[in-house]
Design a protein around this ligand. Structure first.
Ligand code: SAM
Ligand code: DTB
Ligand code: SF4
Length: 342
């Protein structure tokens, strides 16, 4: 138990060290670039299941109301035809998945979807675009969409691919609250999944988002055939962002016919729960979002995810192009668990 206590508390000390408040040995660790080493994160994964969940629930209760879940609704504002080759993604132009490419949606359509989401109880509206990177003229249009979402009284989030400094600032000026940009998988696994950009490209956009004063939403996907160590590597990378993200989506791969990962072996549901718990322990104050893949999970597995510290979901019958449980099913599940929404 002492080791675990140290695991949870150490990052805070190291964060101070990295900001110049520590001693020499801490500075050496900081220079090595690790607050959560992959070994330490992997050691959390290796704990007996009950100990891991207990620890995650303790950390969760120190920082959040354990019976509250935040609801985010997604809308694909520009679907398909993406030039990137992310092996998991149904929207890549490289794979034949039957997803038709569309144009950027207009303000009225987006405002109506945001209103409907708010009426169903969502507090955040997340707009996704199948771009490698937006053009400046796209940003002008998305800024209008952000203003429309804000006018509906919702938090606004976008995920549009890589951003320049100027684009991040323009989105901030429009009132954008969060930007989602996932690291997706461990650095050493990245090349197996995507060849058209690098892990460092992702880190650079995250830095620009942070510097522009926008909240960071960053997580990844598990169940892509990665090893446990690679899952630990992904969590370590996200947890070592400085500061760690406000929102951390943990996606289970949605296996879409036509993508190279369509036939990947399903991840053991308890390993998914472990990933949530490890994200909670390593990022105590983050909203850990139980994200894609819920339609394939039983109520019992989702309940375990909440017990492990997940406190946010995507809410609404569609993610971007694939299905999600419908509003009624989620209201029923959250009601059964006695959870309040925010
Ligand atoms: N094009 C932008 C980008 O990739 O940053 C934004 C949209 S992209 C669809 C947003 C995220 O959706 C990806 O980073 C990935 O984590 C997630 N995603 C895409 N396809 C998925 C799938 N089949 N299963 C789980 N998550 C997926
Ligand atoms: C995130 O981490 N997951 C969401 C959101 N951020 C943009 C997207 C999941 C997409 C699942 C596949 C699809 O529906 O196209
Ligand atoms: Fe394009 Fe984003 Fe899909 Fe990759 S994940 S193919 S960048 S839409």
């Amino acid at each position: 138990m002492n080791d675990l206590k140290e695991s949870v508390e150490k990052p805070v000390q190291w964060m101070l060290v990295r900001r110049g408040a520590g001693n020499g040995s801490g500075a050496a660790a900081a220079a090595a670039g690790e607050r959560w080493s992959v070994d330490r994160v992997e050691a959390l994964f290796e704990l007996p299941f009950n100990d891991l969940i207990h620890r995650a629930q303790q950390v969760h209760r120190e920082h959040f109301d354990a019976n509250e879940v935040q609801l985010s609704t997604l809308l694909s504002i520009k679907t398909g035809g993406c030039p990137e080759d992310c092996a998991y993604c149904p929207q890549s132009v490289h794979f034949d998945t039957g997803v038709a490419a569309g144009k950027l949606l207009g303000v009225d359509e987006v405002a109506a979807a945001a209103r409907a989401a708010r009426e169903q109880g969502a507090s955040r509206f997340c707009m996704g675009a199948a771009w490698r990177e937006p053009k400046d003229r796209d940003i002008e249009k998305v800024a209008e969409l952000v203003r429309a979402v804000k006018a509906e009284g919702l938090e606004a989030c976008c995920t549009l691919g890589m951003l320049s400094d100027g684009q991040a600032h323009a989105l901030k000026d429009a009132g954008l609250d969060y930007y989602n940009h996932n690291l997706d998988t461990a650095p050493e696994a990245y090349g197996r999944i995507i060849s058209t950009r690098t892990f460092d490209d992702r880190l650079r956009t995250l830095e620009r988002v942070r510097d522009a004063g926008i909240g960071v939403c960053c997580g990844g996907i598990v169940g892509m055939g990665e090893s446990r160590r690679e899952r630990a590597g992904l969590v370590a990378q996200v947890a070592n962002l400085e500061p760690y993200p406000e929102s951390v989506p943990i996606n289970q791969l949605v296996r879409v016919e036509g993508t190279p990962l369509a036939d990947t072996e399903a991840l053991d549901p308890l390993e998914f729960v472990r990933t949530i718990a490890v994200a909670r322990i390593t990022m105590p104050r983050a909203r850990v979002r139980l994200s894609a893949g819920r339609r394939e999970m039983s109520d019992a597995v989702q309940a375990l995810c909440f017990l492990a510290g997940a406190n946010s979901i995507f809410y609404g019958d569609k993610l971007l192009t694939t299905g999600n449980p419908d509003w009624e099913a989620d209201q029923r599940l959250l009601g059964t668990l006695g959870m309040r929404t925010c």
